[in-house]
Design a protein around this ligand. Structure first.
Ligand code: ZN
Ligand code: ZN
Length: 252
């Protein structure tokens, strides 16, 4: 696995730089030159109105006035969720490149996009801290980094907040990709623990939990529950993208 990472790092160095999504050549010296201007302008935002708690677009195959079916199942420890883009082209290409292709530089720009979100506050009096959702040790070894941590650092830099690596993954859990929501919840239940030594910093803390993608909320829900158990008094989630399987972009 290490050899394949080395190979992909070498390829990244040797190949001429093109847009990570469409492959178009990007003029030398352009700032943030990993994504071309056209793809950047096409990053898909979710339409309004949205659920006040989780920002799921309402009126996409559900009653506009009805309760949100997505966050209804979330534990109360996870107060809200915000995301920049819908997980659709070209946002999904960025996530894939960061997660599976070794493009860790992308995290800087993706984290800055997250910093521009209007993030909820638990209270005006308490400065929130940023906690990345940890991944398994095996995955960190394979990739060389946890993409959620890179996003967390970029977001925290832009907002002048502290990153506290308070959570650890204590149970592996298989990949969530092909699981149903109830299986996802079982898969990540008890997957996280507050690291030894971090309980004092979590006591009464207001936490912005950071991950790359929000799918069903089961991972974030389990992480938020553990943070609350560790003393945090308020937890909200921020992600770069959200998977909306029933969502279709206008005109498609
Ligand atoms: Zn492009
Ligand atoms: Zn909701």
């Amino acid at each position: 696995m290490r050899a394949s990472r080395l190979a992909s790092d070498l390829l990244n160095l040797l190949l001429p730089r093109g847009c990570i999504s469409c492959g178009d050549w990007i003029p030398e010296g352009r700032p943030q030159g990993l994504v071309c201007a056209r793809c950047r302008s096409r990053l898909p935002r979710a339409p309004w109105p949205r659920c006040p708690r989780c920002h799921l677009p309402l009126g996409t195959g559900r009653r506009p006035e009805g309760t949100c079916r997505e966050c209804r199942e979330w534990p109360s420890a996870l107060s809200s969720a915000r995301y920049c883009y819908v997980l659709a082209p070209p946002a999904d290409d960025l996530v894939h490149a960061l997660k599976y292709e070794g493009w860790r530089e992308l995290a800087v720009e993706m984290g800055r996009a997250m910093a521009r979100l209007e993030l909820p506050r638990g209270s005006d009096d308490v400065t929130p801290v940023i906690v990345p959702v940890p991944t398994t040790r095996a995955r960190v070894r394979r990739r060389g980094y946890n993409q959620a941590e890179l996003l967390a650092r970029s977001l925290a830099d832009a907002r002048d907040l502290d990153v506290i690596d308070a959570l650890e993954r204590v149970r592996g859990g298989t990949t969530q990709v092909s699981l149903h929501p109830s299986q996802r919840r079982a898969n990540v239940k008890d997957a996280f623990a507050v690291r030894r030594g971090f309980f004092p910093r979590m006591r009464g803390a207001h936490v912005i939990l950071v991950d790359d993608v929000l799918t069903t909320g089961s991972t974030a829900g389990a992480a938020a529950t553990e943070l609350a158990r560790g003393g945090a008094s308020w937890v909200s989630l921020a992600t770069f993208a959200r998977a909306l399987p029933r969502y279709r972009r206008a005109g498609s």
